[in-house]
Each structure stands twice: as structure tokens, then as C-alpha cells.
Design a protein around this ligand. Structure first.
Ligand SMILES: Cc1ncc(COP(=O)(O)O)c(C=O)c1O
Length: 382
């Protein structure tokens, strides 16, 4: 076996990307916006749904998408926004950008995503304590696993609170046949280097109305009023995706289905190969309603049964030149969010303690996967 570095999640290009970048140069569209941006947005909207009820605005990052959604949901200083605690900081940080307070909600065991019952408890308790409804709910489809989104949507609709889905990791995942990113009032996608597709760096906001599309573009291009000179009545941002990056995105759309299929195949190989090893389990679709893209294959280690900890396994992987990563450290455990309210039952804390992400790039060879599995076996009790 070779000893080359195996990475957690690498971008993979399909070959068409160069064509669209070249086209941008040939037509002198080496500027923000242009035909690649329009085409990439259309392709994304068509990919997400054939109902025509969602439109997509390409932006500089998924974080920017969350920020612009919160602005449009009218979140202001003094407001509260409910956010899944078990996530990457980018889900929550934009709540602070708009001066509001995040209220973190724990995960449920099956999907590792927002617990509907804790969500309900959090909403009612916040109303009791502050006299106000939270302004928005941010569930996350973490690692590509769909959240229990129909229950979350039912609660949100009954309580009259809009949902902003964080689908940054979930392009290609679906719940009951409907693509993640099409349930909420808004949804964010991310195309940074380690995601399902990449534009070298970028994101998108999935919108539900033409007015939202217009407003998103307005805020993302410095909030310019309709005047021949530069005039501004609101604070704007420089958040639009460039025509070059969107060219990469257009090329990546050609291989998106292939990427989803390959990541699912990698998850299946790990599942089959690791089945029966004591004290190790994978994050798996809880039922046929869930169709994760398996962006990253994640395992949980029960140290009492396995005889080793998650950290033991991570270090053994590192010694074999294999990159793995502990699961996201929940936001309520982060020093920067120490003061934020939290509604939980210990689920995400335990996931963080026991969980590890395994290499899952579409570019992994079967020899690479064998090397990862070999390290797990070497760690396990005979
Ligand atoms: C769950 C989650 N939300 C949001 C983001 C933010 O996306 P971006 O890096 O494009 O800003 C990411 C990825 O980085 C993510 O994993």
C-alpha cells in the first residue's frame, strides 16, 4: 500500500469547468455577474425542483446567504433566532451580524439534526421568558442527512415562524422525495472547496418569491438605489458570485449526480466493511423517507465496547497519513456562545465526544478506502 496523504473531502473537477471559464475570458465577462451566473442559478433551481417555485441567487459564500436571508426576515438587534446547536459556526454567526441572539436547540439521535420536541419547548419557553416569538428557525441538514424537516415545518407553521434551512452540506439530499433546500422560506447552499460541488468558494440563497430574489441581489450588490449616480438608502454588501466562479459551478453541475452517487457508494462500502465491528456505528438514513447525499461518512465510537476512543482512532488515522475530523463541536459548547440560551438533552455533546468524520471524497480510490478500513480494524479488539 502507498502512504500518500488521504484527505477528508476534496473537490473534484469534471472537465467542463475550463470551458465556461474560457468562455468568460473570450467574451470579456471577467467581471462580477454575467452569463455564467445566470446559467448557474437556473441550473441550480432546476436541480432543486421542477415545480418552478424556487429561485436561486448565487453569492460569494453560504455564510453570506444566511446573512441576507436573516436581513430579509427582518431580524434586528434584540431579536432571537433559533438555531441547531450541532453545526458549523457559519450557521449561527450571521445571527450575530444582524445584532440578534442565537437560541440553540439540541439534536435528536436518529438524524443528528434539530430535535422537533426540543424546538417546540424552546419556542414556548422563549415566548414565556421574553414575551416575543423567535424571529426565525435555522435547522441544518448536517453531513448531508436531512433533518426531520416535515415536523420542523409543521411546528414552524403552527407557531408562525419562518424557516431558513441550512443546506450547505446537503445538495443532492432529499426527504420524502423532495430536495433539501426547498422546504423553508429560504435556504442556503455552499460551494466551498470541500462541499458536494465547488466554485472554488461560493454559496447561494434559495428564495421562494421574485421579490426575495430582487432584494437578495439588491443587498448583495451594495444596495444601490435606482438612480443614474450611486445613491444608497440602505446598507449593502459585496456578496455576489463572480462570472468566473459561476463558470466553475456550471461545469460542476455536470458531475453533481456522479458526485452524489460516488459519496453514497463510499458510505455503503464503509457500512458493509465496518458492520459487526464492536462499538462502532455509522450515521445512516433512519428510514426510506431520508436520502442523504452522505457528504461525509461519520462514525460513532462507544469506548466501553470498542476498547478505544474517537481520539485514539483519529490519532491512529493521522499516524497512517489519513485525515479525519471530530464531528462539529456544538455551538452551545463554544466559548463565543457561552451566554446564549440552550435547550438540550446531551445528544450533541455525546455525538461530539464519540464521533469522527471519515475521508469521503469522490476521488478516493478503493485502495484509499481499504487503507482507512484497515486502520479501523487494527484498532479494534480481536
Ligand atoms: C453547515 C454549514 N453551514 C454553513 C456553511 C457556510 O458556507 P460557506 O463556507 O460557503 O460560507 C458551511 C460550510 O462551510 C456549513 O458546513
Amino acid at each position: 500500500m502507498n502512504n500518500n496523504r488521504i484527505y477528508l473531502s476534496l473537490a473534484h473537477t469534471g472537465g467542463e469547468e475550463q470551458k465556461y471559464i474560457q468562455e468568460a475570458f473570450d467574451t470579456n465577462w471577467v467581471v462580477p455577474l454575467g452569463p455564467n451566473v445566470d446559467a448557474f442559478e437556473k441550473l441550480l433551481a432546476q436541480y432543486l425542483t421542477d415545480k418552478g417555485n424556487k429561485q436561486v441567487v448565487a453569492l460569494s459564500s453560504g455564510t453570506a446567504a444566511i446573512h441576507l436571508a436573516l436581513l430579509q426576515l427582518g431580524v434586528k438587534p434584540g431579536d432571537e433566532v433559533i438555531c441547531q446547536s450541532f453545526t458549523f459556526a457559519a450557521s449561527a454567526n450571521p445571527i450575530k451580524y444582524v445584532g440578534a441572539t442565537p437560541v440553540f436547540v439540541d439534536s435528536e439521535r436518529d438524524t443528528w439534526n434539530m430535535s422537533p420536541s426540543l424546538l417546540l419547548e424552546a419556542i414556548h419557553d422563549r415566548i414565556r421568558k421574553t414575551g416575543k416569538k423567535p424571529k426565525a428557525i435555522i435547522p441544518v441538514h448536517l453531513y448531508g442527512m436531512p433533518a426531520r424537516i416535515d415536523e420542523i415545518m409543521r411546528i414552524a407553521n403552527e407557531e408562525g415562524i419562518p424557516v431558513l434551512e441550512d443546506a450547505a452540506e446537503a445538495l443532492g439530499s432529499s426527504y420524502k422525495g423532495q430536495k433539501c433546500g426547498t422546504f423553508g422560506e429560504f435556504a442556503c447552499l455552499s460551494f466551498n472547496g470541500n462541499k458536494m460541488i465547488t466554485t472554488s468558494g461560493g454559496g447561494a440563497l434559495v428564495c421562494s418569491t421574485p421579490e426575495q430574489v430582487k432584494k437578495t441581489k439588491f443587498y448583495a450588490t451594495q444596495a444601490r438605489d435606482n438612480a443614474p449616480h450611486y445613491q444608497h438608502s440602505e446598507i449593502g454588501y459585496n456578496y455576489r458570485m463572480s462570472n468566473i466562479c459561476a463558470g466553475i459551478g456550471r461545469g460542476q453541475m455536470v458531475v453533481l449526480d456522479e458526485h452524489v452517487a460516488r459519496r453514497r457508494e463510499i458510505h455503503k462500502i464503509y457500512r458493509e466493511q465496518l458492520a459487526g465491528l464492536p462499538g462502532i456505528s455509522l450515521l445512516e438514513n433512519p428510514s426510506s423517507d431520508f436520502a442523504s447525499n452522505h457528504w461525509l461518512t461519520c462514525v460513532l465510537i462507544e469506548p466501553e465496547i470498542a476498547g478505544y476512543t474517537r481520539e485514539d482512532l483519529r490519532l491512529a488515522m493521522e499516524a497512517a497519513n489519513i485525515e479525519t475530523r471530530p464531528l462539529w463541536k456544538p455551538m452551545h459548547m463554544q466559548p463565543v456562545y457561552a451566554d446564549a440560551p440552550f435547550y438540550g438533552d446531551g445528544t450533541s455533546e455525546s455525538l461530539f465526544e464519540k464521533g469522527l468524520c471519515l475521508p469521503s471524497s469522490p476521488v478516493l480510490s478503493s485502495e484509499d478506502i481499504d487503507r482507512v478500513i484497515y486502520v479501523v480494524y487494527s484498532n479494534s479488539k480481536p
